[in-house]
Design a protein around this ligand. Structure first.
Ligand SMILES: C[S@@+](CC[C@H](N)C(=O)[O-])C[C@H]1O[C@@H](n2cnc3c(N)ncnc32)[C@H](O)[C@@H]1O
Length: 238
């Protein structure tokens, strides 16, 4: 696949700021599923070190609120400035996804890369915390690390080479996520599909020089990507 937007970022920056499989490629493929116009106000939920926020603000012309729990918003702001972005284009904030400080209907869209499975596994999350913040007709796009088929009662040894059963419980298949999201009224499931860039995104991640990437190598080298995928979810608020 081609990634003209992701490719505007140097490899060194991608490697330094990734917190999982190449967020830039995942984000670019995810955005390609929808048609969110420039000027839209977008929540980057669980934005991590700001790569996806910078991509959306710089390459798509969105006004991006980069909300994350673990990352330092001051560090993200410096990164946005290095990307040539102002605080009117990308707004970094520390926020818990279950207590987001925004008015109802504030966002035109939500994008969440490699994060929704931290808080969205509780099926009440979407209707209680996130959906009200999106205007009617607004879109929600999630790239969720998942499983081709849930097999938590029979976990393949290759997955256990890097992760515990508790960590693997954050990963589910499309059917599981469909059942989770279907419990929320007022939202249309426009599309749910496996993402094409998963293997490439993982290969980029494993080249990163950090302890988390190093820890994930054993499983992938043992064949984990036979069982894992990335699930793209596109929703529209009714
Ligand atoms: C694997 S990282 C992905 C970060 C980024 N989206 C990326 O792709 O590089 C997961 C992110 O989810 C965020 N996260 C986890 N629980 C959260 C919560 N309750 N509220 C907000 N962010 C949360 C963490 O702060 C972390 O940055």
């Amino acid at each position: 696949m081609n990634y003209p937007k992701a490719d505007t970022f140097p490899q060194s920056v991608m490697r330094e700021r990734s917190m999982g499989p190449n967020p830039l490629k995942l984000c670019e493929e995810l955005l390609g599923l929808a048609d969110i116009p420039a000027g839209s106000v977008v929540l980057d939920l669980g934005s991590g070190a700001g790569l996806t926020s910078a991509l959306m603000a710089r390459a798509c012309g969105y006004v991006v609120y980069a909300a994350d729990l673990w990352s330092d918003p001051s560090d993200n702001m410096r990164f946005f400035e290095e990307c040539g972005l102002t605080n009117r284009q990308a707004v970094p904030l520390k926020a818990d996804a279950t207590a987001l400080p925004f008015a109802h209907g504030f966002f035109d869209a939500v994008v969440s890369d490699d994060s929704y499975n931290y808080f969205g596994r509780d099926a009440r999350y979407l209707c209680e915390h996130l959906l009200p913040l999106v205007r009617r007709g607004g879109e929600l796009l999630f790239a969720i690390p998942g499983m081709a088929r849930d097999r938590h009662d029979d976990l393949p040894a290759c997955l256990l080479a890097s992760w515990t059963p508790e960590q693997l419980d954050y990963m589910h298949d499309i059917g599981w996520w469909r059942a989770n999201i279907s419990q929320t009224e007022g939202v249309e499931i426009v599309d749910m599909c496996e993402m094409a860039c998963t293997r490439e995104a993982w290969a980029d991640w494993l080249e990163c020089d950090n302890e988390y990437a190093a820890g994930d190598r054993a499983a992938v080298e043992a064949g984990a990507l036979t069982y894992l995928n990335t699930i793209a979810v596109r929703l529209r608020r009714r």
